[in-house]
Design a protein around this ligand. Structure first.
Ligand SMILES: Nc1ncnc2c1ncn2[C@@H]1O[C@H](COP(=O)(O)OP(=O)(O)OP(=O)(O)O)[C@@H](O)[C@H]1O
Ligand SMILES: [Mg+2]
Length: 365
């Protein structure tokens, strides 16, 4: 099994540096997902691992061997792109066999691998068709099948599902999850914008921003214990509500004051020296509930918009607690609120997050 190691990997285009020394250890057989805003360097990193992009600094190792100078075809890697790039005049079978024919594999071996991959992806009935006679999702499965046939040690995916409609995305995502469990020896690195893909497919998620890694960890660790404000607001949807606060008591647990003067406890440890400093208080929309009659509430405000989605209701609250955006509350099911109502909300202590002046979570200090 094959691991991938990035050691201070840098990339510059001309004199603009877009990756600033990325360190990452990907374990053999692991499924790692890269997420981050557009332009943060996800595709560049993937293409450097594939060998399609030169490395400006640092080292990339595959299976313990530095590959900086090794051409793409010799790295044991297969890559699936957002656009599937099938040969339009070749049947599905020939598209999948193409690379192996170039590599002069035997006819029997080619047939064995094409059929095995087609079975795995449930595209056997389409082997004789041309790509134009397939749906987008089927075409993307052919592109994945073609990559499987190369028997890669490392499988790279760059937003493979982003051209598919919602239903096909779900179906193909589930195919990829199954593929991952069948190819448990193969290391997979997957780039996506889709939170659900990241959360459900990843063994570990790598959050990138502006050419740096912000945090690496299992999906639920990033969700429950984000290392900083960026990750807190990037993972989870709608994003975590962040309110400016001041630290009014430090120690094993902390007391803070919100902008409206309300004081509350956060069960994290803060150093004495941070007394009086500004901080950011965070609470996820789904971790807020309506306060019971007489309960000590966390915040109150006027409802500006209500979005009823059926399974959940999103309530946008106006108030002075946040500088610009409204506070968003996500309540289960259908809710009988109206714009203009004043509502009070509570959140359990363990669902409260606190970040220091620089935006680092106090959990990691
Ligand atoms: N060939 C190039 N020449 C110059 N700059 C480039 C080139 N390719 C990418 N960049 C720049 O490098 C940065 C990272 O680009 P990259 O494509 O890796 O982003 P990304 O995270 O994949 O974004 P997206 O989510 O939009 O696909 C961007 O600022 C981009 O403009
Ligand atoms: Mg990209």
């Amino acid at each position: 099994m094959t691991g991938v190691t990035l050691n201070k990997v840098k990339k510059s285009y001309g004199n603009v540096e877009v990756l600033h020394g990325v360190d990452l250890d990907i374990n053999p057989g692991e499924f790692v997902v890269f997420v981050g805003p557009s332009g943060c360097g996800k595709s560049t990193l993937l293409r450097m691992i594939a060998g399609l992009e030169e490395i400006s600094g640092g080292e990339i190792s595959i299976d313990g061997q530095v590959v900086n100078q090794i051409p793409p075809s010799k790295r044991g890697i297969a890559m699936v792109f957002q656009t599937y790039a099938l040969y339009p005049h070749m049947s599905v079978y020939d598209n999948m066999a193409f690379g192996m024919r170039i590599a002069k594999e035997s006819k029997e071996e080619i047939d064995r691998r094409v059929r095995a991959a087609a079975e795995m992806l449930q595209i056997t009935p389409y082997l004789d068709r041309l790509p134009k006679a397939l749906s987008g999702g089927q075409r993307q499965r052919v592109a994945i099948g073609r990559a499987i046939c190369r028997d890669p040690k490392v499988f790279l995916f760059d937003e493979p599902l982003s051209n598919l409609d919602a239903a096909l995305r779900v179906a193909t995502r589930i195919e990829i999850a199954k593929l991952n469990s069948k190819m448990s020896e193969t290391t997979m690195i997957y780039v996506t914008h889709d939170q659900v893909e990241a959360m459900t497919l990843a063994d570990r998620i790598v959050v990138l921003s502006g050419g740096y890694i912000e945090q690496v960890g299992p999906p639920l660790e990033l969700y429950e214990r984000p290392a900083n404000l960026f990750v807190a607001q990037f993972i989870g949807s709608p994003a975590m509500n962040i309110m400016p606060a001041k630290i009014t008591r430090t120690g094993e647990t902390t007391e803070i004051e919100l902008k409206d003067g309300k004081r509350l406890e956060v069960p994290v440890k803060t150093p004495e020296g941070d007394l009086g400093k500004s901080a950011s208080f965070g609470v996820r929309p789904e971790d807020v509930r309506e306060a019971e009659e007489g309960e000590d509430f966390l915040f109150e405000g006027k409802v500006s918009i209500i979005e009823a989605l059926g399974e959940v209701t999103l309530i946008y609250i106006e108030g002075e607690l946040i500088d610009e955006d409204p506070i968003i509350v996500k309540l289960p099911g259908i809710h009988e609120g109206r714009p203009g109502d004043t509502m009070r909300f509570a959140a359990d202590p363990e669902k409260r997050h606190l970040f220091d002046e620089k935006g680092h979570s106090y959990l990691y200090r």
